[in-house]
Design a protein around this ligand. Structure first.
Ligand code: ADP
Length: 312
């Protein structure tokens, strides 16, 4: 029997290799009931592999996983009955209607057709797909498909909802709708684990998050705590005409006197400061330069911890 008081997910020292490459290198985290937890990281960091190990879809080399109170991989099938999964790629059945997709998925969880039919109106309402029960999958927009995949993941009334990049490829309107629905689920007390590389998504949704890179967690905490711990509170982005001297020379000559730290990306200088006044006054006297003063955010933390080089 599972430990009913257990955290929905506990991961200890997880390691996984593909061939010679160790892609998950000792990852540990746990998610409390009712919490929204985000796993962030650049492409190739090992997020999807970590999720797949947690769900028992691929076997780890070592480590311990408890999913909904069950040991994984030994009891993965049983554990998965309590989990809803929204995969990175929508895998709805194109030959079936919206309602039939819910029905087929519900049957997989051992629900009767009558049970699924009874749940269908509420699921479609939640997904903003009222009136679409008989629609073919091909007739749905990308946003609608994503929402249907989310509704489908709720068909078994899961204890834990796992979403792999839930809003990748969606337009802003569709993203906001998904965010709204995920917030609702957390408010209802559901536990959510998501991966994303959108910092604004993590900042809006996550109670806690972990940043992964090269198979390791390199920072974890609430979004606010992460910002307070890793970064100065103000950022002044400076760009424009560098009077022929170039951004690097300007940073060396001017920013260093005012900023605790400065980074250069392309033709923009990112100045991280505890108090922006001195730098802004200095900039007011510099013709040709423009600036944007904003509070530090999670993206600043992410870029500090993982660097600014491109990951392909
Ligand atoms: P993320 O989700 O953070 O982008 P992944 O977990 O998908 O990262 O991938 C981590 C690393 O593992 C990458 O280098 C990727 O190429 C490799 N990888 C993932 N899946 C496989 C696989 N099935 N076979 C071999 N290598 C894989």
């Amino acid at each position: 029997m599972p430990d009913s008081g257990a955290a929905p997910l506990v991961v200890r020292d997880l390691k996984k290799r593909y061939g010679r490459q160790e892609v998950v290198r000792g990852v540990s985290f746990s998610i409390a009931r009712g919490e929204c937890f985000a796993l962030l990281g650049p492409n190739g960091a090992g997020k999807t592999t970590t999720l797949r190990c947690c769900l028992g879809l691929t076997e780890a080399a070592s480590g311990a996983i408890s999913l909904c109170g069950y040991e994984v991989p030994a009891m993965a099938r049983t554990a998965r009955m309590r989990v809803g999964v929204v995969p990175q790629m929508d895998n709805l059945d194109p030959d079936f209607t919206v309602a039939e997709n819910l029905l087929v998925f519900g049957r997989y969880f051992g629900l009767s057709a009558a049970q699924v039919r009874a749940r269908t109106p509420a699921l479609l309402e939640f997904a903003g797909l009222e009136g679409k029960a008989e629609a073919r999958i091909q007739a749905l927009s990308g946003g609608m498909k994503r929402r249907l995949t989310l509704a489908r993941a709720l068909v078994n009334d899961p204890e834990l909802l796992v979403l792999d990049e839930p809003t990748t490829g969606l337009d802003p309107q569709a993203r906001h709708l998904i965010w709204d629905r995920l917030k609702r689920l957390v408010q209802q007390g559901r536990t959510v684990l998501l991966t994303t590389h959108f910092m604004d998504e993590a900042e809006r949704l996550a109670d806690r998050l972990a940043i992964m890179d090269n198979g390791k967690i390199i920072g974890a905490g609430s979004p606010r705590a992460m910002i307070a711990q890793h970064i100065e509170p103000h950022v002044v982005e400076v760009y424009g005409d560098w009077n022929g001297a170039g951004v690097a020379a300007w940073v060396a000559q001017h920013a260093a006197a005012y900023a605790a730290r400065a980074e250069i990306s392309g033709e923009t200088a990112f100045c991280y400061v505890n108090d922006a006044r001195g730098l802004l006054e200095h900039l007011a006297g510099q013709s040709g330069l423009r600036s944007l003063h904003r509070p530090a955010n999670l993206e600043d933390v992410f870029l500090k911890l993982t660097g600014r080089e491109l990951r392909d």
